[in-house]
Design a protein around this ligand. Structure first.
Ligand code: SAM
Length: 256
């Protein structure tokens, strides 16, 4: 039986954190789907506004680290509107496949590609990170960016992302974290719990989804725990890097 994998601290099966609430596994998946269906049309604009453009720098740092080679294939899990996949192709990667559970997010991304007149953009497939519709050992790199926090079965998703990598393939998870520098915390908390929902309401017409964002970050495991979960999924040479005072962390690992 599948257990409450995004809540390894305990509770009965089905007790999964959706922000500060406990919900069943089935409810978690559908509530996350509702969040991203609700914000898909304004997702990119909100990212720029709420991070003051910082998300672009964080994503550029991840792409620097990935350093695509001309024959590389990337699988970007929970890839949303496609920032990482687009950046990977721009930097010379051969092909990029986005897998996301939400068709509204995938459609917003393909509309954006069309608007930009992209000739050869990423491919897109709808699927769950915990059951990737991708064969074994096909990807040179696999990423999940601001996605793992939303995944219902996190440990299973990590195992899946290792499965689809070629031996020697590189995995990077980039995610918001509760492990923020103590001196930043009061300001960061005020921003997250007051400004974000306010901005979400005004720009995306949905304050609750941005309230969920703030809460889900506080429920996400600390960097050391996530490293252990990666090791349990079979990743090796794990390395963790904080960005912007620990607001965001990169977890890098390899299929060895
Ligand atoms: N990676 C993109 C970015 O950085 O802009 C999108 C991140 S967005 C915050 C989170 C994405 O995770 C959404 O597009 C959502 O649909 C997707 N997602 C949530 N649960 C998922 C799951 N179980 N499997 C695949 N994608 C999932």
């Amino acid at each position: 039986m599948e257990s409450n994998e995004n809540n390894p601290s305990g509770g009965s099966a089905g007790d999964i954190d959706f922000g500060f609430r406990k919900v069943s596994e089935i409810d978690h998946t559908s509530m996350v789907r509702d969040v991203f269906s609700s914000v898909a049309g304004r997702y990119d604009l909100m990212n720029d506004l709420m991070s003051g453009g910082l998300h672009r720098l964080w994503k550029a740092a991840l792409l620097d680290r990935l350093n695509p080679r001309a024959d590389d294939l990337l699988l970007d899990v929970a890839g949303g509107t496609g920032d990482i996949a687009d950046g990977f192709l721009k930097r010379g990667g051969r092909a990029a496949l986005i897998c996301d559970i939400n068709t509204d997010m995938l459609s917003a991304g393909s509309d954006r590609s069309l608007d930009r007149g992209a000739v050869q953009g990423p491919s897109r497939v709808c699927g769950d990170a915990a059951a990737l519709p991708v064969p074994d050992a096909v990807a040179d790199s696999c990423t999940i960016v601001f996605g793992l926090r939303n995944v219902t079965r996190r440990q299973q998703a990590l195992t899946e992302m290792r499965r689809v990598l070629k031996p020697g393939g590189h995995f990077i998870c980039m995610e918001f974290s509760p492990a923020v520098l103590p001196q930043l915390k009061p300001l960061y908390d005020a921003y997250s719990f007051r400004v974000l929902p306010w901005l979400g309401e005004r720009i995306a017409g949905d304050g609750d989804s941005y309230g969920y964002l703030a809460e889900s970050i506080r429920r996400f495991p600390d960097p050391e725990t996530l490293s252990t979960e990666m090791a349990d999924a079979g990743f090796g040479n794990i390395n963790i890097t904080p960005l912007t005072g620990g607001i965001v962390w990169q977890h890098s690992g390899w299929r060895i």
